[in-house]
Design a protein around this ligand. Structure first.
Ligand code: NAP
Length: 211
């Protein structure tokens, strides 16, 4: 199958690693990036579409003259109060795909604790999610609702705490009960996402580092 991929959040910590992983697999891809962040794209051959994901018209333009087999969503924000980047961005992407009658497969990074995976958090994880990152979790919850209520195929990754640095190896997938680790390298999330994309994986994957 010929792949034509677009990555949202390509300049982020995980997004950059996803792009590297796509390159390692010789997959061609485009990125959707804010004008002021285009300097963060190191690969000079990649197709850059500029815009703000919160602006529905910008997102629509990215899909107007090109169709994509796969859409990767690695959107996020350092702002803990958030601006709905994940939910509004994802909705704008879905609306644009639907209006261009695209059948793209979506691969999105959410977080463990979202939706039914709330039960997979221990008391400390629930405390952090309720006190420190409540708006982020709400944003991911809304994001997942948009993905799940849409007809397009999706794979939602729900990682535990993300860590920087080199790959540590295999990823553990578990959608019920407590996970064996509360951390995972972003590099391994990126590898898992691209491998899952190549396998056309659908559904939800709660993931952590394999012990
Ligand atoms: N941190 C954790 O422990 C943890 C755990 C589980 C799940 N997660 C989730 O994992 C995801 C990825 O995290 P990360 O740390 O890799 O993210 P990140 O480094 O904060 O990257 C966020 C990306 O979103 C882009 N973005 C933000 N606002 C945008 C806008 N208005 N228009 C277009 N692009 C925009 C950023 O672009 P710019 O370069 O222009 O800013 C950047 O590329 C997040 O959704 C996060 O909630 C995190």
């Amino acid at each position: 199958m010929n792949r034509n991929i677009i990555v949202f959040g390509a300049t982020g910590k995980t997004g950059q690693l996803i792009c590297k992983e796509l390159e390692l697999n010789n997959l061609s891809y485009s990125v959707f990036v804010r004008e002021e962040s285009t300097n963060k794209i190191e690969n000079s051959t990649v197709n850059i579409k500029t815009g703000n994901v919160l602006n529905a018209k910008d997102v629509q333009l990215a899909f107007d003259n090109e169709s994509f087999s796969d859409v990767v969503i690695a959107l996020g924000s350092k702002d803990l109060k958030g601006a709905g980047i994940r939910a509004v961005g994802t909705k704008n992407i879905l609306d644009a795909l639907n209006s261009s009658q695209s059948n793209s497969h979506i691969h999105a990074i959410s977080a463990l604790g979202v939706g039914k995976s709330w039960a997979q958090l221990n008391w400390f994880g629930k405390l952090i999610s309720n006190l420190l990152i409540k708006s982020t979790m709400n944003d991911h919850n809304e994001q997942e609702k948009h993905l799940m209520s849409n007809a397009l195929p999706y794979h939602i990754l729900r990682p535990v705490g993300l860590k920087d640095g080199a790959s540590k190896g295999e990823v553990h997938v578990q959608n019920e009960g407590f996970l064996p680790s509360n951390a995972i390298q972003r590099a391994d999330v990126a590898k898992f996402l691209v491998n899952s994309l190549l396998e056309n994986k659908t559904g939800v994957s709660g993931i952590c580092q394999k012990k």
